[in-house]
Design a protein around this ligand. Structure first.
Ligand code: ARG
Length: 671
């Protein structure tokens, strides 16, 4: 049961009756939003902040409005009399007896109180979706981890969920490995370890392509520096604005130069220098290696050639198709290895190639409906509110990313009949999705919820996108390895420090480290507000204290260690369901938090934000910690109290386990 929803429902009744008597229309939904869990337990468990806006609207004192609402509010079965506080807050405090009955119900429920939805919905989740043929890198974490968590959460909430990995298996990167295969392949290596050889070919070709691009771009980058420097010097040399000018513009009131403008110009110069630095580094890597330099000279127009290989693949060239069929399984194996390690799987992996046969028909249908029109030889869909049209077929006949996405929508609608399709893709594609959704609605898919679940960038210490020192993407696998390596140190240190000496064998330590390391990485990502950028830090994500997976896994292990130490038969405890006592505020706070799982899950799913669930679990961990410090469990004063507290421990453990599982994170009994 979602208690917040229940209370809102009661308020809805009260507000509706109130509006009827007042003879005024009121915006009930907004007012219900103003009912929230209290920030401070002294003000009860829930606080309604609707009397103030309502008073304002009706021109009545809010406390009076609050009193009239309370008169109509029927909550006597769950709480004591509502209190009116301050300017007109209505505070509710659940009765302990009611809370205890909720706990008993939760203890007997394998869904831990999470109700099934009245109307289950069908969701298609499009996530991870890497471009295969190149190694996965840090940029792929967010979509993979957030998408997987949302699948798990929606499924647990009782919806039908279809996960589909929209692999990029048809793009330029295949042109690259095909070109590499034709020109640079090492047959013996390909026989032995095809995946690695393909990875090497991709990197080599990519390096050569980027080398030539960098050489082409260098002069422009130099120019940009010259300009930026000139602008900066000119601004520095300009006389400070006169008193009159300052008043006119309202700027620079504090005197001196308009600092902001100077700072901006300086930042522009720095950016230009950084860009040139990156290009120069790319060039130097090749030039400083005589073999690579020779290859670069031999393959002067490799950029064009790669595009041609891709075009040939698309046109059905027999050789390139054969190579593609041969290579694709290797590329898939490669990413599967990472998914296995991350514990992520998909119902479908319909990559871009899956839709290729449908594209001509999609464009024909759009044309027939008058949606696609020819412009400059290309087929375009013009959309209201967007400057540039959506191109669905290029002049040369080639289809685009957007065309494939339109075909994908049609296929998914026809195959799965979803109520919602969620695309977990980084924020740089927001324009693409805005257009795609507009086009889909125009096409008649206007009753399905199409949502871009956008997310920000992972940053390094320097506040710039997280890269290796050489400016390359950080490989996902090496990141996992590093996290596990550091987790091992944390686990070992913690175990060594145990009062009775280490308890975990070497091989256990390794498997615990794998679980802790991967969990830390996932949780660090999930606990961020997904739309923000965040700074990557191994130290923070593996901290034993704080909002980390490590802390929660440790809290869970602590519960298990109580059971182990007390020789508690947990199955028996669950079957007996001893009565729960809430004798200490820490017990009550813990109980309250346990009861809130459905609330947290619902709230997290409103806007598809796993961080609401992580905050909830962190709060639960803290409540448990306070409880643990204040309420002896195994040494409780009486057998009844011991049993009651053991049950609270078990409920905490179950909610932690379930909550972490919804995030794709495993628990460990002993760490
Ligand atoms: N492969 C794309 C990329 O790496 C992401 C695909 C997202 N899904 C989609 N249906 N467009 O940028």
């Amino acid at each position: 049961m979602n208690v917040l929803a229940l209370i809102r429902e009661r308020f809805r009744v009260a507000l509706t009756s109130f509006a009827g008597d007042a003879g005024q229309a009121i915006d009930v939904a907004t007012l219900l939003d103003a009912i929230r869990p209290s920030q401070d337990a002294r003000f009860g468990d829930y606080q309604a902040n609707c009397a103030m806006p309502l008073g304002k609207q009706l021109g009545k004192p809010p406390r009076e409005v609050a009193a009239q609402l309370v008169e109509r509010l029927d909550v006597a079965d769950l709480c004591g009399p509502p209190e009116i506080a301050g300017p007109g807050f209505i505070n509710l405090r659940l009765d302990d007896s009611w809370l205890i009955s909720r706990l008993a119900a939760i203890a007997a429920d394998e869904r831990l109180g999470v109700p099934r939805p009245a109307k289950p919905r069908t969701f298609v989740l499009d996530f991870s979706s890497p471009n295969v043929a190149k190694p996965m890198h840090v940029g792929h974490i967010r979509s993979t981890v957030i998408g997987d968590a949302l699948c798990r959460m929606l499924r647990f909430a009782g919806h039908r969920v279809i996960s589909d990995n929209h692999l990029g298996d048809w793009g330029t990167q295949f042109g690259m490995i095909i070109y590499g295969y034709k020109h640079f392949r090492d047959d013996a290596a390909y026989q032995r370890r095809a995946v690695e050889e393909l990875g090497r070919l991709y990197r080599l070709v990519n390096q050569l392509v980027e080398y030539h691009e960098a050489r082409e771009q260098l002069p422009t980058a130099e120019q940009r520096i010259v300009h930026a420097r000139e602008n900066l010097e000119a601004a520095k040399a300009a006389p400070p604005p006169t008193q009159q000018q300052r008043q006119d513009t309202g700027k620079g009131k504090k005197g001196g130069k308009p600092e902001k403008a100077l700072n901006r110009l300086e930042a522009q110069l720095e950016e230009a220098q950084r860009e040139r630095g990156a290009l120069a580094a790319r060039i130097a890597t090749i030039d400083s290696d005589s073999k690579l330099a020779a290859l670069a000279r031999e393959h002067e127009s490799i950029g064009q050639a790669v595009l041609q290989e891709t075009a040939r693949l698309h046109e059905g060239d027999a050789e390139n198709r054969r190579l593609w069929h041969e290579m694709l399984p290797y590329c898939r194996d490669e990413i599967q290895r990472i998914y296995r390690r991350l514990g992520v799987s998909f119902d479908h992996e319909h990559g871009e190639s899956f839709y290729q046969d449908m594209l001509a028909d999609v464009v024909a249908e759009l044309k027939q409906r008058g949606m696609a029109v020819e412009s400059d030889g290309a087929q375009c869909v013009f959309l209201d509110g967007f400057g540039a049209p959506m191109i669905v077929r290029k002049r040369d006949g080639a289809f685009l990313y957007a065309t494939t996405d339109l075909a994908t929508i049609r296929y998914r609608m026809q195959t799965f009949h979803p109520d919602a399709v969620l695309y977990v893709v980084d924020h740089r594609q927001s324009e693409h999705f805005a257009k795609l959704f507009a086009a889909a609605r125009m096409w008649g898919y206007d009753r399905v919820e199409l949502a871009h679940i956008s997310f920000g960038t992972i940053l390094g210490d320097d506040g710039r996108p997280f890269r290796t020192r050489a400016g390359d993407n950080v490989g996902l696998e090496s990141l996992l390895d590093e996290s596990v390596r550091r987790a091992y140190a944390v686990v070992a240190q913690n175990d060594d420090a145990k009062p009775g000496g280490p308890e975990i064998s070497e091989s256990r330590r390794k498997s615990v480290a794998e679980a802790v390391g991967i969990a830390a990485l996932k949780y660090a990502d999930l606990s961020q507000n997904r739309t923000s950028d965040y700074v990557f830090s191994f130290d923070k994500m593996l901290a034993m204290n704080g909002n980390t997976a490590t802390y929660l896994q440790y809290s869970y292990a602590r519960v298990q260690s109580i059971f182990a130490k007390g020789g508690v038969d947990v199955e028996r405890l669950r079957a007996d369901l001893p009565p729960i006592a809430l004798s200490h505020p820490a017990e009550r706070a813990l109980a309250m938090q346990i009861v809130r799982l459905p609330e947290a899950l619902d709230e997290a799913l409103v806007d598809y934000r796993p961080n609401i669930l992580t905050s909830y679990l962190f709060e639960l961990g803290k409540c448990y910690s306070t409880f643990f410090e204040n309420c002896p469990v195994l040494k409780a004063e009486s057998d009844q109290l011991r049993a009651s507290r053991l049950l609270l421990c078990d409920l905490t453990g179950r909610v932690l386990r379930q909550g972490l599982e919804l995030l794709g994170i495993g628990v460990i009994d002993k760490m």
